[in-house]
Design a protein around this ligand. Structure first.
Ligand code: F6P
Ligand code: MN
Length: 341
């Protein structure tokens, strides 16, 4: 089996930003091994430490530990100019002349830490275009050189793209070596499985409310078949399932205060997941706009996120379009068809 190191070496092109990815992911993978061991050992790391992160979420000891570890990895790699993390108010400047910018969610799904459910680390890698590094973190997702997430679960896995397909690696728990187990993952185009936190249903806007209620009608509704629902509550774990067997994930905006753009962050959650998903043949939007085309205006900006099997992401887009056009208010509006319009 091919190890991550060997595979990264083979991707070298002689282009400095591209080649720097080898150093970066070697350092990140070594830290992911450490973090996965700490998580498996258990202990007090799920404890809330009384602080809030830049986005107002309660910080846990493990959030802070993971952030320290991955910041250290970014430093020792020698290729990172700036490190933008969910756990830091602004970009940490490491070396202005280095070729890469890293945006990271060091510990995703932290509400699942203390219950032994899969959690992970999400990474977006951007080129350093020079100039003000706080500003340079605000590139569109289309500029990403690489994106990845580690999942710390029954197995520790890595989903990685450098823009040439999405590959899946599994870590050998003893040696910490990541071995390639699937090259060029393909997310099935069609699916009958969806993921959404349904406890927010009464707060959703009309298009998502209509889309989900049509799924719930199953074979008695306009979709004429039954759908299954899965919601793990860690983005990395829900995304991992979708890479493996398809599905559609929604974290839409809703009517709760501060949730009009959903909950997930554009530059270190939605962008890397969207890049990985598109590289695996899936789609990722905020309901209407392709995630990778959105221009961030601040590091911790949120976005609605819909991703996964292409056909369902298109269906969500069609409900959004009908609401925009006022079609769902029409007395003639009843039976719908994606391919009508
Ligand atoms: O990072 C935010 C996050 O923990 C994601 O991993 C997950 O998808 C989402 O929040 C869960 O949100 P909620 O608790 O609102 O269902
Ligand atoms: Mn997260």
């Amino acid at each position: 089996m091919v190890a991550l190191d060997a595979r990264l070496q083979s991707l070298k092109t002689g282009q400095p930003q591209q080649d720097a990815l080898v150093e970066l992911f070697t350092a990140l993978a070594a830290k992911a091994h450490d973090v996965s061991r700490i998580i498996s050992a258990g202990g007090e790391l799920g404890n809330t430490i009384g602080d809030q992160n830049a986005d107002g979420d309660a910080q846990k000891a493990l959030d802070v530990m993971a952030d320290d570890e991955f910041l250290e990895a970014a430093k020792v790699s020698g290729v990172v100019a700036a490190y933008c993390s969910e756990e830091q108010d602004s970009a940490v400047i490491i070396d202005e002349s280095a070729p890469l910018i890293v945006a990271i969610d060091p510990l995703d799904g932290s509400s699942n830490i203390d219950v032994n459910v899969s959690i992970g680390t999400i990474i977006s890698v951007l080129p350093n275009p020079g100039g003000d590094l706080q500003q340079s973190a605000m590139q569109t997702g289309d500029q990403q050189l690489a994106a990845a997430f580690f999942v710390y679960g029954p197995q520790t896995t890595l989903y990685l793209t450098t823009g040439n397909g999405t590959d899946l690696y599994r870590m050998d728990p003893v040696s910490g070596v990541f071995l390639l187990i699937e090259e060029g993952i393909e997310i099935p185009e069609d699916t009958s499985e969806y993921a959404i936190n349904a406890s927010n249903a009464r707060q959703w806007f009309t298009p998502v409310q209509r889309y989900i209620s049509d799924l719930l009608l199953g074979d008695e509704g306009p979709r004429e078949r039954n759908f299954n629902m899965r919601w793990i509550g860690s983005l990395v774990a829900d995304a991992g399932r979708i890479f493996n067997r398809g599905g559609v994930f929604l974290y839409p905006g809703d009517r709760r205060p501060k949730y009009e753009n959903g909950r997930l962050r554009l530059i270190y959650e939605a962008n890397p997941v969207a890049f990985l998903v598109e590289q695996a043949g899936g789609a990722a939007t905020d309901g209407t706009t392709r995630i990778l085309e959105k221009s961030p205006t601040e590091i911790h900006e949120r976005t609605a996120l819909v991703f996964g099997s292409k056909t369902e992401v298109r269906w969500v887009g069609s409900y959004e379009a009908e609401t925009r056009q006022g079609l769902d208010q029409s007395p003639l509006f009843s039976h719908r068809n994606l391919f009508r319009s």
